[in-house]
Ligand binder design. Structure first.
Ligand SMILES: N[C@@H](CCC(=O)N[C@@H](CS)C(=O)NCC(=O)O)C(=O)O
Length: 217
């Protein structure tokens, strides 16, 4: 990271907490810029939205580079600055699990929880077939995480990886927008308790979300 300063643009209560946690976990030097949501709309304020055509968070800048999309950012930072940390090498037996759970985080878990948030806000009745389908897919995603965490400590295997950094937001802060009862998910609850023992996670949350107690229980 010679002569370049990584800047993480973080929107309150958003997926961009992942990137703050990632930088803390890797011990990278970075500048953190925090933005409040626009009160009337909940959307990103113009000074954040104008950074990237998608107009949402997270965004990083790294020299001339402006990058959005949290999965891409996590991939970029771990590949370029991680020295192999938080990833699983292709010749390791857990490689396929790592790739699967890394992509499952946004491709399925966050996707289905996010859709559930949208239909809840739109007050789509619970017995509406669209609602039944969306909620069913969210439940299946949570069930799959629960089953996986019954066999391993972290999603890719015995150690924390970028797959966990991608997934924890959906199981924690996202619950402020979509109440998910974790009572039927003891393995997920034990996993979140494990995450909560990590000083880098606690530090990231203090920086990104001062005043918010992480939703680990
Ligand atoms: N798939 C994108 C999703 C980004 C996204 O939806 N960000 C939300 C916060 S969780 C956002 O910026 N919302 C405010 C807005 O759209 O104005 C990613 O993982 O980065």
């Amino acid at each position: 990271m010679k002569n370049r300063m990584l800047t993480v643009h973080h929107l309150a209560r958003s997926q961009s907490e992942r990137i703050v946690w990632l930088c803390e976990e890797l011990g990278l030097p970075y500048e953190l810029k925090c933005y409040a949501r626009t009160p009337a709309t909940g959307l990103a304020p113009p000074e954040l939205a104008n950074l990237h055509p998608m107009r949402n968070a997270p965004v990083i800048t790294d020299g001339e580079l402006v990058m959005a999309e949290s999965g891409a950012i996590v991939d970029y930072i771990t590949t370029l600055y991680g020295n192999g940390r938080l990833r699983v090498a292709p010749d390791h037996p857990d490689f396929a699990q790592f790739v699967y759970w890394f992509h499952f985080a946004n491709g399925s878990l966050q996707n289905h929880v996010g859709r559930t948030m949208v239909i809840s806000r739109a007050k789509v009745p619970l017995d509406n077939p669209v609602s039944v389908g969306v909620r069913g897919r969210m439940r299946r995603a949570l069930d799959l995480v629960e089953t996986r965490l019954g066999t391993v400590q972290y999603l890719a295997g015995p150690v924390l990886t970028a797959a966990d950094i991608m997934s924890v937001f959906t199981l924690t802060t996202m619950r402020l927008s979509v109440p998910i009862d974790l009572a039927p998910y003891p393995n997920i609850r034990a996993y979140l308790a494990r995450i909560g023992t990590r000083e880098s996670y606690r530090r990231a949350m203090r920086k990104a979300e001062p005043g918010l107690e992480p939703l680990l229980t």
